[in-house]
Design a protein around this ligand. Structure first.
Ligand code: DAH
Length: 344
């Protein structure tokens, strides 16, 4: 019996020593110390021993068991350190590797124009307001002095959704909203940039385009205020040397109405392909708010007067950045957009 125990001890210790990982070590533990293990078997066989032998062998079994347990524990600690090192090695981060390049977007040229205009007009005390793109006939036309059947409606090819709802053809619709929303009928000074829609589609027209509207209402507002404001606006956007020309025109919501031309910034007014040899480029529509519009939207024309103007953001972007096809502004081609990736 003693000899058998001695043999078990030697082979078990050898196997513990040779265990290459924690799993193998556990298999060795089960093989010798488990319920059906070699040492347990020896204990079971003790019934056959004489009463004198039993305590001696029992004591011996316990000593071997303790020795093996200690050997396993020691080996376990050793293997744990090895496995941890292996794991750390495999998860090591090489901080010298170059990083994955972060792809930065760029501001769309139309948004650049909007931000520039907002900064300018806010610095002059204007508010920036929004309106719905799905508009009603009432706000897009009727409240702007364009009753149903008015011939000037033909100037704008409208996308009607129902007979009452439409995609707004002009940001002028926001004029009526701002006036109607102002319950106390106090003075107004706003700009409204936004998307507009018409049934057009060629190199200089897109079915969706951007406009910005300006509206000022107060006591004593005159044409001089309109001219001064537009001069600041155009010079800021297209250069200090720009000259303005006011041409009488017709819009149903203003009286008098003007189309405003700017001296050609490409040829300086001499005549070129951009200005079609005229030296001038049409840039916006404007005028003094029609008394009917004031009245219809709750403002007393005897007390108040105002001016309004509206222009295409796409046209401004095309002039400012030399873009020849308006559809490029809406195609989301990154090769086009990346050209506007400046640091400012
Ligand atoms: N809404 C006009 C258009 O889309 C532009 C315009 C003209 C706006 C005169 C105005 C204005 O506010 O006074 O063609």
């Amino acid at each position: 019996m003693k000899e058998k125990l001695e043999n078990i001890k030697i082979t078990a210790k050898e196997e513990i020593k040779n265990a290459i990982d924690l799993q193998k070590l556990d298999e060795v533990r089960v093989k010798y110390l488990g319920k059906k293990g070699a040492l347990t078997e020896v204990l079971r066989g003790m019934g056959a021993l004489s009463p004198e032998e039993r305590p001696i062998i029992g004591g011996l079994v316990n000593t071997v068991k303790e020795e093996l347990e200690n050997a396993i524990k020691e080996k376990e600690e050793e293997l744990e350190v090895i496995e941890l090192n292996k794991k750390l090695e495999s998860e090591k981060i090489d901080i010298t590797l170059p990083s994955v390049k972060v792809k930065r977007g760029s501001k769309h040229p139309i948004n650049r124009i909007i931000e520039e205009l907002e900064d300018l007009f806010v610095s002059m005390g204007y508010d920036v307001v929004d309106g719905p793109e799905l508009e009603t006939d009432e706000y897009c036309f009727e409240r702007l002095n364009l009753p149903k059947g008015h011939p000037a409606r033909d100037m704008q090819d409208t996308f009607y959704v129902t007979t009452e709802y439409l995609l707004r053809t002009q940001t002028s619709a926001v004029q009526a909203r701002v006036m109607m929303d102002n319950i106390e009928k106090t003075p107004i000074r706003v700009i409204c940039p936004g998307k507009t829609y018409r049934r057009d589609d060629d190199a200089t027209h897109s079915h969706q385009f951007g406009q910005i509207e300006g509206l000022v209402i107060d006591e004593g507002i005159s044409l001089a205020h309109l001219k001064g404001t537009l001069e600041v606006f155009v010079k800021h956007m297209l250069g200090e040397d720009s000259k303005l020309r006011f041409r009488p025109s017709y819009f149903p919501f203003t009286e008098p109405s003007y189309e405003v031309d700017v001296s050609c910034f490409k040829c300086g007014g001499k005549g070129c392909n951009l200005c079609k040899q005229t030296g001038w480029i049409e840039i916006l529509g404007s005028g003094m708010v029609h008394p009917n519009v004031l009245k219809m939207n709750g403002y007393d024309p005897k007390k108040y007067s105002g001016f309004a103007f509206g222009t295409g953001l796409d046209r401004l972007a095309m002039f400012k950045y030399g873009i020849t096809d308006i559809r490029l502004l809406y195609a989301n081609d990154v090769r086009f957009l990346n050209q506007f990736d400046r640091k400012d």
